[in-house]
Every structure is written in structure tokens, then in C-alpha cells.
Design a protein around this ligand. Structure first.
Ligand code: CU
Ligand code: CU
Length: 448
């Protein structure tokens, strides 16, 4: 097991070993730019991170690979894993330490000492003046930059940004640790409304309230898209990774990651996450899906703050349950005219049949086939009214909130005044409807 420890517990020789391995990686040949001595293996990680941040700036904007989205935790977990593997190829005893910024929250913390990552920057642009990563043209030349005009040396401006005078407090962190679920629709922060209700969940607050604030507090290279140029990036993200693990342990009934579908490509539970543009050199071999990295212990990682015992293994069925539960809840709160097909796909009907929104078994009477639904046929004018007020289902049929009746979405004749609205049609011809008593029912249209 690779034990990741608090940086403030490292011995002088631990720190020395970590720094030496990072410096050695800066000398190793690049995989993304084979044969080009202007780039190193360390710089590959900076480049991957830069690329991950580019898509939102494209025109039209594309979802990024790693940020402001549900995939933030899983994507950075992979980046850390691959980075740690590279350090271990240099010195097998190394793991990435974490920086608990709620404890070590001052500019004089051990993380900024000259024997570790070096200290604050000086001058107008915050050139780092001491420690192993200081200086221009030396061992730590900045090569992958947001702007080619940016300096070649490492920059920091600790606690200078007006919006980031202080690091997150223990209280800020516990608030975020209490938040559930993992994330909420629409999964991407750029698509969220500005109301707090649209920002429910652990991930958006971990990323925005805690993680982003720390980048700004450090300043300099850490506020660039190429932020891994500052080695403190790894200690910061190691801590964010630990917070995800802590959140999972604290909320065993919550799914450790969401969603399994409905987010951008590369962000869903079983999508391969994106680390390079297809057709270009991959930064490492193999793919990772968020589903592959949910349990840090299963990846051979532990934190010195892990609770005793093993973290729960996550069962794929849990997401099935979640889909049914969450989508049915969404259905139940939708005004009729916005109801359905958006939320319940016809091929999901079999999973829904049997219980109503509250999980109560459906009344078998309501579930039975309705044999004589043509009896409730509207008059021509009623039907015209109903149709004009209704929202069409894709394909044939109509769905709406008729006060007096309902038009079968399959054959478009009126079915029964017991039905409030339809949800969708299964390939079998089964139709899911909600009855006035709140139950869900399915029936088979007799004349499709
Ligand atoms: Cu990042
Ligand atoms: Cu970050």
C-alpha cells in the first residue's frame, strides 16, 4: 500500500527524497515530445493539465476534460496516480505528500521552507527566491506556459489575491464534507443557474469553494492553466483527493460518484476520461474510467487519515437504483407539460414498472391492461383543445395534463380519466402513465 502522508510529518530525508525525484523527473525525456530536449517528462503533466483546460475556451466552447464538472475528482486522481508512478520509477519509496491547508495555513508553514518547496515570491511578478525550485534558467525552467511571454522561473504570491486572503478554514472544510449528494444535474458548473439550489453537492463545493481558493491563495503559476508547474500543485491536489476519500467514508450511503449517464462525454461513470486529443500521443498507456478509480485503497493508495477498516466497494447496481430513484423524483416534481420522455426513456420502463414514485408497489388493478380505452374518446372540439395544450411525445402521440382525460400516446385516442400524464412507450408497446391517485401504472395499448 502506498501511504500518502501529511507533508508536516515528513522527515528531512523524506522531503529531500521527494524534491530530488521531482527534480529528476524534470530531466527525464518527454513522452509527448519524443526526442525534443526542450521538454521533459515533468512538463508532460503540465501540458496534459493545460490541454484539459482549453476546450471551454474554444469556439464553440466544449466541456473541459477535468474541471467545473463531476469528473474533477476522478480525473485529478488519475493525474496524481500517474505522476506518483513516475516518481516511484526514480525512487520506489516515494508517495505524494498532501498539504492540509486548513492546518498549515500560513506563509511560514513547513511546506514553504527552503528545504522543501521553497517560499513566497518577491518583486512585482512574484519570482520564487529560495528553495530547490527557485531561479531562472536553473534546474526548474518553466517550459509549458499559458502565454509564451510568461517568465521561465517559478512564481508565487502567497495570500496576495484580494479574493483569497485566507486559506479555507477547518469550518469551511467540514461544511463541504457534510454536503450531499456527490454532485447534481446538470453536472457541469457552466450550465448551472446562479441560485444556491443549483449548486447542491460535494464536488462543486470541493472544487469551487476549497480547491479554487487555494490556487488563488498561492498565486503566480498556481493560478495559470499550467498550474502543475508549481510542485505544490501535487500536494494541493493530493489533499483534494484525500477529501474525496474522506467524504466517501463519511457518507457510506451516498454514491461515491455521479452520474452514470447524462454528463459530457468522458465525465460519466463508465466513460474513458480524456487525457489527450484522439490521434495524438497519449501521456501514458491505457484508459481510466471514473468507475476504475472510485476506491483509492483498491488502487493501492491509503491516507494517514483513512478510518480503520476497508472503504466500501461500490456495486454497479447502486447506480441502477439511483437512476430509477432520481429520475422518478424528477418526474414527480415536473409540471405536467414538462413531464417526461426527457427523464424516463422508453427502454427504462421495465425497471420502473412495479412501484410508484414513493417506492410503494403499484396497485395490480391499475397495472392491468385497460381493455376498453376507446370508450373515453373525446369529441372533436375537446380533442382539438387538448391537443393544442399538449406537449407532443417524440414520435406519435400526445402527453398533457387534461382535466378530463388523456390521449393514448400510441394510438392517440382517449384512455381514461384516471390518468394524469404519460411518460413513455416501451418497445413492447407498454405505456407508463401516472394515475390521479399518484400511482404509476403501465398498460398495453390495444391498437398500436
Ligand atoms: Cu486541475
Ligand atoms: Cu487544481
Amino acid at each position: 500500500m502506498n501511504l500518502r502522508r501529511n507533508q508536516n510529518t515528513l522527515s528531512a530525508s523524506d522531503k529531500q527524497a521527494f524534491v530530488s525525484a521531482v527534480l529528476a523527473l524534470k530531466q527525464k525525456p518527454s513522452r509527448l515530445h519524443p526526442g525534443d530536449s526542450n521538454f521533459s517528462r515533468y512538463d508532460d503533466f503540465v501540458e496534459v493539465h493545460l490541454n484539459a483546460m482549453m476546450p471551454p475556451m474554444m469556439s464553440p466552447p466544449q466541456p473541459g476534460w477535468a474541471h467545473q464538472s463531476c469528473v474533477f475528482t476522478a480525473w485529478h486522481r488519475v493525474l496524481l496516480l500517474e505522476f506518483e508512478k513516475e516518481l516511484q520509477a526514480i525512487n520506489a519509496s516515494i508517495t505524494i505528500p498532501y498539504w492540509d491547508w486548513t492546518q498549515d495555513s500560513s506563509r511560514n508553514s513547513s511546506v514553504w521552507a527552503a528545504d522543501f518547496l521553497g517560499g513566497n515570491g518577491t518583486g512585482t511578478d512574484g519570482q520564487v527566491a529560495d528553495g530547490p525550485f527557485a531561479g531562472a534558467g536553473g534546474r526548474w525552467q518553466i517550459r509549458i506556459k499559458d502565454d509564451p511571454a510568461d517568465p521561465d522561473y517559478l512564481r508565487r504570491q502567497l495570500a496576495t489575491d484580494a479574493t483569497a486572503k485566507n486559506l479555507p478554514s477547518p469550518d469551511d472544510q467540514s461544511k463541504v464534507q457534510e454536503m450531499t449528494p456527490y454532485d447534481t444535474m446538470p453536472w457541469e458548473d457552466a450550465l448551472r443557474a446562479s441560485t444556491p439550489a443549483a449548486w447542491q453537492g460535494f464536488r462543486p463545493h470541493l472544487e469551487v469553494d476549497l480547491h479554487n481558493l487555494v490556487h488563488r491563495w498561492v498565486g503566480g503559476n498556481m493560478v495559470d492553466m499550467t498550474s502543475p508547474n508549481d510542485p505544490v500543485f501535487w500536494l494541493h491536489h493530493c489533499n483534494c483527493d484525500r477529501l474525496w476519500a474522506m467524504w466517501q467514508a463519511r457518507h457510506p450511503a451516498e454514491l461515491p460518484y455521479l452520474p452514470d449517464s447524462g454528463a459530457a462525454a468522458g465525465h460519466n461513470l463508465n466513460d474513458a476520461m480524456v487525457f489527450h486529443v484522439p490521434g495524438t500521443v497519449a501521456p501514458w498507456d491505457g484508459d481510466y474510467r471514473p468507475a476504475d478509480v472510485l476506491n483509492h485503497q483498491a488502487l493501492g493508495i491509503s491516507y494517514d487519515t483513512d478510518p480503520p477498516g476497508e472503504l466500501a466497494r461500490f456495486k454497479p447496481e447502486a447506480w441502477e437504483d439511483w437512476r430509477t430513484r432520481v429520475r422518478m423524483a424528477a418526474v414527480a416534481t415536473q409540471p405536467f407539460r414538462h413531464a417526461l420522455p426527457m427523464f424516463v426513456l422508453s427502454d427504462e420502463l421495465p425497471a420502473l414498472a412495479g412501484t410508484n414514485v414513493k417506492g410503494i408497489p403499484l396497485n395490480p388493478v391499475a397495472l392491468k391492461r385497460i381493455p376498453d380505452h376507446k370508450r373515453f374518446k373525446f369529441s372533436k372540439s375537446e380533442r382539438a383543445d387538448f391537443k393544442s395544450a399538449a406537449v407532443p411525445l417524440p414520435g406519435r402521440g400526445t402527453t398533457a395534463s387534461p382535466p378530463i382525460g388523456y390521449i393514448c400516446p400510441v394510438c392517440t385516442v382517449s384512455v381514461t380519466d384516471q390518468v394524469l400524464f404519460s411518460c413513455g412507450i416501451a418497445p413492447s408497446g407498454k405505456v407508463l402513465v401516472q394515475c390521479r391517485n399518484g400511482d404509476w401504472a403501465t398498460y398495453v395499448c390495444p391498437s398500436p
